[in-house]
Design a protein around this ligand. Structure first.
Ligand code: PFF
Length: 457
């Protein structure tokens, strides 16, 4: 942090503690809560999966998030630049590069799904999903996903929206939009929850979500739960590092991380409570994977009074939720190009989006013309998802935890967590050091190797 006074001054920060939380929580909340969490919980045995997920959040998610905040705020730099500043001439900055890569890869398929969500917003609002049955829902889904041009168009719309926000900058773009959207999101979620929980038969859905059955849990399930924790909390790829770099000296890192993790988990469970009671109330199967959102939900909402309104609200909610997540991913390569390669912000955005759009069209087209192209038995879409959540992010998180736990000076870590001594949280800081040094890296290492079948326990 020496000798860069000039750069530091011209660099934006979030304007307040509230702004910091809004941006960070906005990054965490997204498709992960609404599309992945309920679907993965449904596929992998309900509450038993939820339990393992919560352990991953506490012992892996929160510590890695704090580690990223520490590196980010210490250096006030992008993911690559941060490690170059802290460890000049050493290869640690490769972690930053992995993050840039992961964010491009995730955005490639994430924007595909957000494109589908937008398509469904318009279908729901226009009433063309009303009265739909199982066969009809399947047909609509196949039309949206399986058309060679239609989903590309919606993906393009998504790119335009997020580019404009990111071009507006950290305060006027990221902070302002997340501060505005989060309350809206929360209100919509509460409305959907009330509707779902007052349906006859809602109890069965809650049982499914909260009664654990551990028989179906395998090494792969645990890997998937950990991958979900990484994806959900936007960690292991420099996103939280980059946002940490916009935090101010008086932001309390531990309190921010703790609040974000708790609020995000609450939102996931609220999304689960909007989905499963409704699914059970109308006699659908909870175990239908990612299509839960696009096949089951429209049918479920159709079967209830006021269906069209709630269906529209639900997809609008899903769309709003994704914005904070997408802009946080986009910010990783944009900040990198701006600070390391000297590009203007708008140029950096255009370059990044062009790269993501070319890779992203592979993900989108794997629903149609590229569906037969399989790598390791997965199409591009599933491959990008698996490689980023279950390999790149955990690997990045592992290295970040090791760095902060073992390599970065204890004094620096302490200074960041205590805001240079002005916050008294010794117990928590001690607990953090212990977890980040031992539990987090060992847990990630074992789950990763075991889940990928490299070692067997
Ligand atoms: N956390 C987001 C979600 O749950 O949808 C996804 C995400 C955002 C992943 C940002 C990674 C990231 F860097």
């Amino acid at each position: 942090e020496k000798g860069n006074g000039h750069k530091l001054k011209s660099r934006e920060t979030f304007t307040s503690g509230l702004g910091t939380i809004a941006a960070t929580l906005g990054s965490a909340i997204g498709l992960g809560n609404i599309w992945k969490f309920p679907a993965l919980t449904g596929e992998n045995g309900g509450a038993a999966f939820l339990f393992i997920y919560l352990l991953c959040v506490a012992f892996i998610g929160l510590p890695v998030m704090l580690a990223e905040f520490i590196i980010g705020r210490r250096t006030h730099s992008n993911a690559v630049g941060a490690f170059k500043k802290l460890e000049p001439g050493k290869p640690w900055y490769v972690v930053g590069w992995m993050g840039v890569l992961a964010s491009i890869l995730i955005l490639s398929f994430y924007t595909t799904v957000v494109g589908w969500v937008l398509a469904y917003v318009f279908k729901a609002v226009s009433g063309s999903l009303s009265g739909i049955d199982a066969l009809g829902a399947r047909q609509v889904f196949n039309q949206v996903v399986g058309h060679p041009v239609y989903p590309l168009f919606w993906q393009l719309v998504v790119f335009v929206i997020i580019s404009l926000i990111i071009m507006a900058g950290v305060q006027k773009g990221i902070e302002r939009i997340t501060k505005t959207l989060l309350p809206v999101l929360f209100i919509l979620l509460v409305i959907c929850d009330i509707r779902a929980l007052t349906l006859p038969g809602a109890k069965e859905g809650l049982n499914f979500l909260f009664n654990p059955h551990f028989s179906g849990i395998t090494a792969l399930t645990v890997l998937i739960a950990m991958g979900l924790a990484f994806f959900k909390l936007s960690i292991g790829m420099g996103t939280m590092l980059t946002y940490g770099s916009y935090m101010r000296d008086d932001d309390n890192l531990i309190a921010t991380g703790g609040r974000v993790v708790i609020a995000d988990t609450v939102v996931s469970i609220m999304a689960g409570m909007a989905v499963f009671p409704a699914v059970f109330a109308f006699g659908f199967e909870p175990t239908s994977g990612p299509p839960l959102l696009f096949l089951t939900i429209p049918m479920v909402f159709n079967a209830m009074p006021g269906g069209q309104i709630f269906l529209s609200l639900f997809f609008i909610l899903a769309f709003i939720a994704t914005i904070g997540a997408m802009i946080s991913m986009l910010e990783v390569p944009v900040a990198f190009l701006q600070e390391e390669k000297g590009l203007k912000r708008n140029t950096a955005v255009i370059v990044t989006v062009l790269v993501i759009a070319s890779i992203g069209s592979l993900a989108t087209l794997s629903g149609s013309v590229l569906s037969h192209v399989l790598i390791w038995g997965k199409n591009f879409f599933a491959l990008f998802d698996f490689v980023s959540s279950n390999i790149l992010m955990p690997l990045g998180g592992l290295i970040i935890a090791i760095y902060v736990g073992w390599v970065m000076g204890k004094k620096q870590v302490l200074e960041e967590l205590s805001n240079r001594g002005s916050l008294k949280q010794e117990r928590i800081i001690q607990a953090f050091s212990l977890v980040v040094r031992y539990i987090t890296p060992i847990a990630i290492g074992i789950i990763l190797l075991n889940g990928l079948g490299i070692i067997k326990f």
